[in-house]
Design a protein around this ligand. Structure first.
Ligand code: GRF
Length: 216
């Protein structure tokens, strides 16, 4: 069967992108990384993708200035050119307009380094430590216009341990990110997820918090 054509959008080092590329190498993985697109020509991940023989493109947001929609139209054109079926945001540091999100309704996913709905936004690890939570993690979810919201596909939980710093906790969370993102893309590509009233139904079972994985 034809594999689902995924575009991975990055802005930086791209460790989740690497995890997705590696997963897609396995025989029987139902998606292929058809292209990696960065809004930053300097993004480290681009080199890695090229070295893996993956097609890359840069859609630099800077020439568009404040015209977010014009940038997104350029991005959209690139995605269409490559017959993309799902957009996978992996450390893509641009806020997306409702127009762009609506183009990819139910076909764009993101990974957030916290157990949503806790700790939306930035600096999630520092805030988790400051809040004194004992469990933290990451969430893969469908993208909706509201940031860090949207139907949850998978959550990976890790413990927060005594003496954790932002760096040690981030490393532990990243490890589980690299497991749950390929898992979520696989579920999508196998057609096992349906969205009903803003909740993922996976293999016929309603999962308000997504599939729950633990690690660390
Ligand atoms: C990850 O922590 C991810 O959860 C967040 O941005 C970071 C991207 O890291 N959305 P990488 O570029 O995939 O290494």
């Amino acid at each position: 069967m034809a594999r689902t054509r995924a575009a991975v959008l990055i802005s930086g080092r791209g460790s989740n992108m690497v995890a997705l590329i590696d997963a897609a190498k396995a025989a029987g993985y139902p998606a292929e990384i058809a292209i990696v697109i960065s809004n930053d020509p300097q993004a480290k991940g681009l080199e890695h993708a090229k070295a893996e023989g993956i097609q890359t493109a840069v859609v630099d947001h800077k020439p568009f200035g404040k015209n977010r929609e014009a940038f997104e139209r350029a991005l959209q054109a690139e995605l269409q050119k490559h017959n993309i079926e799902i957009v996978v945001l992996a450390g893509f540091m641009r806020l997306l307009t409702a127009w762009f999100v609506s183009q990819w309704d139910g076909r764009m996913i993101n990974i957030h380094p916290a157990l949503l709905p806790a700790f939306k936004g930035l600096d999630t690890h520092a805030r988790a430590i400051a809040a004194g939570v004992t469990t933290h993690g990451a969430t893969v979810h469908f993208v909706v216009p509201e940031m860090d919201s949207g139907p949850i596909i998978v959550q990976g939980a890790v413990p927060v341990v005594t003496g954790d710093t932002e760096a040690t906790l981030a490393a532990r969370v990243l490890e589980i990110e690299h497991k749950i993102y390929p898992m979520a893309l696989k579920l999508f590509a196998e057609g096992r997820i349906r969205i009903e009233n803003g909740i993922c139904v996976i293999d016929g079972v309603s999962r308000p918090q997504g599939l729950q994985i633990s690690g660390g």
